[in-house]
Write a protein that binds this ligand. Structure first.
Ligand code: AMP
Length: 282
């Protein structure tokens, strides 16, 4: 497994693969890797000759300084997991290399900025758009892999690639969960043992809502019942719970079986902000 710590090193390494027309698959991450990240790696390995994983905690996408400064970093463990998984190249850029100067430009994803993560984390998607643009320009993969866990991010990346005509195929990989349903996330490492127990709430609420909707119950009433359940959990503080169009993230006031819909939730458990989503009808 090659480790490239600079853009130049990475480009030299990848150019040698390109001469042989090898298909490059790319998995961008912020590290503190878990099985969810590794499922993206496995997906990449199944369709690519060379799998590149980047690890970079992108300061530009954090709207909360505490979230950034406490973001878990487990680089040695990450590298052994990637080695075990048979990753070909790991890109570990420094902040200075990726951002020699703080970008002046910003990105706006239209209506996606107005809702959910866009509304609760101002500037977040601009930061995501800029770092993903940079990484795609540097790595130039044929395919890039993103997790369905970050549903709105997927919509943002697809818009980015379409609007800027970036020549890359975007593959979306289903959410990996712990045995009790909690979506795997690097931020789970920050939960205390009590909080870890209460974090099961997110998936429980999503499933409760899905079952109610499939049974034909009214969404607004279901949402109300779910909010009551959340209020009973003392460690939880909900930010949003919505029924949305899976592709546009547009909020729905009623269930419509002819549309592709997802339930989305963001909730603080103690000090840790967690997000999750569940497709209602595939
Ligand atoms: P992050 O390191 O949190 O920026 O995540 C890197 C990539 O892994 C993103 O495309 C995420 O959507 C994806 N990812 C994170 N958690 C999971 C999960 N539990 N299952 C599948 N993919 C995930």
């Amino acid at each position: 497994m090659k480790i490239a710590r600079t853009i130049r090193e990475l480009k030299t390494t990848l150019d040698s693969y390109r001469i042989d027309n090898q298909i490059i698959g790319f998995v961008p991450t912020m590290g503190a890797l878990h099985q969810g990240h590794l499922s993206l790696v496995i997906a990449s390995k199944s369709v690519s000759d060379i799998t590149v994983v980047s690890i970079f905690v992108n300061p530009l996408q954090f709207n909360n300084i505490v979230d950034f400064s406490t973001y878990p970093q487990t680089i040695e463990a990450d590298l052994s997991l990637l080695q075990e998984e048979g990753v070909d190249v790991v890109f570990l850029p420094s902040k200075e290399d990726l951002y020699p100067t703080k970008p002046v430009m910003t990105m706006n994803f239209g209506s996606l900025e107005q809702v959910l993560e866009g509304a609760f984390r101002p500037g977040h998607f601009s930061g995501v758009g800029i770092v993903v643009s940079k990484l795609l320009n540097i790595v130039k993969p044929e395919v890039a892999f993103f997790g369905q866990k970050d549903l709105q991010q997927v919509a943002v990346i697809k818009m980015l690639v379409q609007d800027l005509s970036i020549d890359v195929k975007i593959e979306v990989v289903p959410t990996m969960r712990e045995d009790d349903g909690l979506a795997m996330s690097s931020r789970n490492l920050r939960l205390t043992s009590d909080e870890r127990v209460s974090a099961r709430l997110l998936y429980r609420i999503l499933n409760f809502c899905k079952i109610e909707l499939i049974a034909g119950n009214d969404w607004l009433q279901t949402r109300q019942d779910a909010l009551t359940l959340i209020k009973q959990e003392p460690l939880a503080r909900m930010e949003y719970l919505e029924l949305v169009d899976t592709y546009t993230l547009e909020s729905q006031s009623a269930y419509d079986a002819t549309k592709t819909l997802s339930l989305v939730i963001a909730c603080f458990i103690g000090e840790v902000r967690l997000i999750d989503n569940l497709p209602v009808n595939l």
